[in-house]
Ligand binder design. Structure first.
Ligand code: ZN
Length: 291
């Protein structure tokens, strides 16, 4: 089965060296390409993390990707089998620079590999539906690209969970019914809230990235976390529409073959092609032209 990884990171950051090692990897471009070959991963969507992009219009520039080389702002110089979502530095946006920020993002959005926008609430103390994000949502609507939202637990203790709770996606989804929002990490551990927001709103999808860190032994995980994985299965079934669920890894956080197995336990067999491949192709609708 061919796979699209709808949520991973491709970022040259010191902290990722240990995170990758914990999952049995090196945080390198060569390592990622080897993983793709060994696991039949046809394409990956990387979430923008860089912090050095320069401003052109007086707004806050997007966070991009750069594991093999610094991102070339004019010509896409990252892997051909990868696209990216532009990361948003929400705390730096305000009423007076929000429109200029959307222009900064618009500079990239025409690139074939620019697939969407990524918000980091929880890490950024700004709610999803905050009006400073609205020009970015209008941009997403105009260019038909999804907005991915970090939801649930934060990797750092200084994150604030009230901003990353999956229920906060509901209000933005209602205000922008023509924009597709992706609840990343299925709101973990608020799986039921994520499932309900996706069940209620036609324009809300879920990605299943980052639910099992590192490279634990499979059998103890199945035993110790049986309740968690059963709940994930239960609430996805409650939501009832597997066309809105995408496999994602959050690499380098997870061990890929292990994670593929765990997620395949949760997804009904006849839905696997859609969850591991077809849904990402439809939701990140520019991928098709890149395959
Ligand atoms: Zn992530």
């Amino acid at each position: 089965m061919k796979i699209i990884d709808a949520h991973m990171h491709y970022y040259n950051k010191d902290g990722f060296v240990q995170v990758a090692a914990n999952a049995g990897y090196e945080n390198t471009a060569a390592c990622w390409q080897r993983i793709c070959e060994e696991n039949n991963i046809a394409f990956a969507v990387a979430m923008g993390n860089t912090m050095y992009t320069s401003s052109r219009y007086g707004g806050i520039p997007p966070r991009l990707i750069d594991l093999a080389a610094p991102f070339d702002e004019e010509n896409y110089n990252q892997p051909a089998n990868m696209g990216y979502c532009m990361g948003v530095q929400s705390e730096l946006i305000n009423e007076s620079n929000a429109e200029a920020t959307a222009r900064e993002f618009e500079h990239y959005i025409g690139q074939p590999h620019c697939l969407g926008i990524k918000l980091y609430p929880g890490y950024e103390s700004v709610y999803v539906n905050d009006k400073r994000h609205w020009p970015l949502f209008e941009l997403a609507r105009a260019y038909h690209v999804p907005v991915v939202i970090h939801t649930g637990d934060t990797a750092r203790p200084d994150g604030l969970l009230k901003y990353s709770h999956p229920l906060t996606v509901d209000e933005a989804a209602v205000n922008f019914p023509d924009v597709t929002f992706v609840i990343a990490h299925c709101g973990c551990p608020w799986l039921v809230d994520a499932a309900e927001v996706a069940a209620k709103n036609a324009n809300v999808c879920i990605d299943l990235s980052g639910l099992l860190e590192g490279k634990p032994k499979l059998l103890p995980v199945l035993e110790q976390q049986a309740g968690f994985w059963r709940q994930l299965h239960t609430w996805l079934a409650y939501m009832g529409d597997y066309s809105k669920v995408m496999y994602g890894s959050d690499w380098p956080l997870v061990n890929i073959p292990l994670y593929l197995r765990m997620i395949s336990y949760v997804i009904p067999d006849k839905q696997c092609e859609a969850v591991f491949y077809g849904n990402a192709l439809r939701i990140f609708n520019k991928i098709g032209a890149l395959l």
